[in-house]
Design a binder for this molecule. Structure first.
Ligand code: CA
Length: 232
């Protein structure tokens, strides 16, 4: 895969970094952005909860020692109370680490300060690899009145299940996962039919026609002149 393909496969993996020391926060931010993540920072517990709620990250890097009434452990507890959002804790000392392990908060990993930012990025990648597959399987993408249920491999239009062929489902799911992007017929063939698929690009047109017929005119699936197609 080329770099563009990889970037498209993960259009926006958001990581929230909760850390009150601006030097550490900026360093972690920098390394994560270089690794292709979109990063939002929060410097205390209240801001952390707000940012997690607003930005819907795929992972949180969470310092334990935070100013104000809510430390990182409490933030972790609250985040975990109603989600499986992966958390990597930053702990300042071994004594803190003992507390973390004793509390069994369900953090996915922890890193003891001082740490190498590269090591942290490697941990972030590892945790996301471990946790992303089931999340993805349970995901439902909504485009207008159409819901694409990736786990059940089912498409519902205005609440009713629409019978699609396997490739038609793969195509609408791929378009929905890259919503808002103009994708060439070649990109669609590579993404849906596979890189080794040998065939005519008009195959894509035929399947798009089927999707439009089955999902109705209000499906925002646009033909992008000279390129290919764009959903949403
Ligand atoms: Ca701190």
């Amino acid at each position: 895969m080329g770099q563009n393909d990889r970037a498209m496969a993960e259009p926006e993996t958001v990581v929230v970094v909760v850390e009150d020391d601006p030097n550490i926060a900026d360093l972690v931010d920098l390394y994560l952005r270089q690794a292709g993540y979109r990063v939002y920072q929060a410097a205390d517990g209240e801001a952390a909860l707000r940012t997690v709620r607003d930005r819907r990250p795929s992972l949180v890097v969470l310092d334990i020692g935070l100013p104000g009434g809510m430390d990182g452990l409490e933030v972790c507890r609250r985040v975990r109370a109603d989600s499986d959002l992966p958390v990597i804790l930053l702990t300042a000392r071994d004594s803190e680490l003992d507390r973390v392990l004793g509390l069994e908060l369900g953090a996915d990993d922890y890193v003891t300060k001082p740490f190498s930012p590269r090591e942290l990025v490697a941990r972030v990648k590892a945790v996301l690899r471990r946790t992303e597959a089931p999340t993805r399987a349970a995901k439902v993408l909504a485009v207008g009145d159409t819901e694409i249920d990736l786990g059940r491999r089912e498409v519902r239009h205005a609440g009713t299940v629409v019978a699609l062929a396997a490739r038609e489902f793969d195509l609408i799911a791929y378009l929905a996962e890259h919503r808002g992007l103009a994708l060439s017929r070649r990109q669609l063939l590579d993404g849906v039919w596979g890189h080794d698929w040998v065939g005519d690009e008009r195959t894509v047109d035929v399947h798009v026609r089927q999707l439009r017929r089955k999902l109705g005119d209000d499906l925002p699936l646009a033909t992008v002149w000279g390129v290919g197609y764009r959903l949403g």
